[in-house]
Design a protein around this ligand. Structure first.
Ligand code: NAP
Length: 246
């Protein structure tokens, strides 16, 4: 982790707690926000070469003077348990095995667990970040959903979301999705996490407003967040097995 972003601190703490719970040894490197690119890349190189380390995670966001994409591509694909190295991103796009970004991967596990059919469904993703929106689109496409990705420049958003059998929101705007944006019987997945003035956590979806209209909805907190961490551990086990040819 570079710098001391308060949300990132919480995410890192939750990830380390999850490691402790399942018996994974982890080491935290808390780097000064003024660190140079060379210092960061030297550390990543050292961890890449260390055979006792099976997975490396660079908590995003990192300070603006550092190039995040370049930093993600420094982590070797074999240890890239977050799935952000361009090799893993490319593998997801072309349907090759690799590491899938943990949040979309966790959402796909939710669909699998609840036996939610995706083939032929209209899936709408709000948000096009490299971490959530874009890999989510690829995951849904791979299961034969028809996918629309919306962003801040999308026109007539409500008309698009109202046709969604599956609606996934990852924009980071508290209570943005209201009942009049959602189709009867839709499945709604809320990725957003915002902290309100009273300190409570809130999703992108106005849960109480929407919940009676839909067939399924994930809560915030307690929905996608824990699945993201579970998939991080899943990727780590997969990486460890591969590195040890198990
Ligand atoms: P991000 O990089 O800030 O991207 C936000 C996306 O939302 C952008 O594509 C943006 O469009 C779009 N957007 C913003 N306002 C919009 C609007 N009014 N209508 C339509 N699209 C809009 O965010 P992120 O990293 O993907 O994260 C999104 C949210 O998910 C955040 O709240 C984050 O904390 C949360 N998150 C949760 C987890 C988890 O495990 N639960 C994991 C990752 C992220 P442009 O591209 O046009 O700017």
């Amino acid at each position: 982790m570079v710098g001391d972003d308060s949300a990132s601190k919480v995410y890192v703490r939750n990830k380390s707690k999850a490691c402790e719970k399942v018996g994974v040894e982890y080491e935290e490197f808390l780097l000064d926000s003024n660190i140079t690119e060379k210092e960061l890349f030297d550390l990543i190189d050292k961890l890449n070469k260390d055979k006792t380390i099976n997975g490396i995670l660079l908590q995003s966001p990192i300070p603006k003077h550092l190039d995040q994409n370049k930093a993600f591509s420094k982590i070797i694909p074999e240890k890239d348990v977050d799935g952000f190295n361009p090799i893993n991103v490319g593998n997801l796009c072309i349907g090759n095995d690799g590491f899938i970004s943990c949040t979309p991967f966790g959402i796909m596990k939710i669909f699998e667990y609840y036996d939610i059919e995706l083939e032929g469904k209209n899936a709408v993703v709000l948000g096009r970040s490299n971490i959530v929106g874009k890999p989510m689109m690829q995951c849904l496409l791979s299961k034969n959903a028809t996918v629309t990705v919306c962003h801040s420049k999308t026109k007539n958003l409500k008309e698009i979301t109202k046709n969604a059998d599956i609606l996934i929101s990852a924009i980071g705007k508290p209570n943005f999705v209201k009942e009049d944006m959602v189709k009867d019987g839709a499945i709604v997945i809320d990725v957003g996490i915002s902290r309100l003035e009273d300190g409570s956590l809130c999703g992108d979806v106005d849960f109480n407003n929407v919940c009676n209209k839909v067939a399924g909805i994930t809560p915030v907190p307690g929905g996608v967040g824990p699945m993201t961490i579970a998939m991080l551990l899943y990727n780590l086990v997969k990486a460890t097995k591969k590195q040890n040819q198990i």
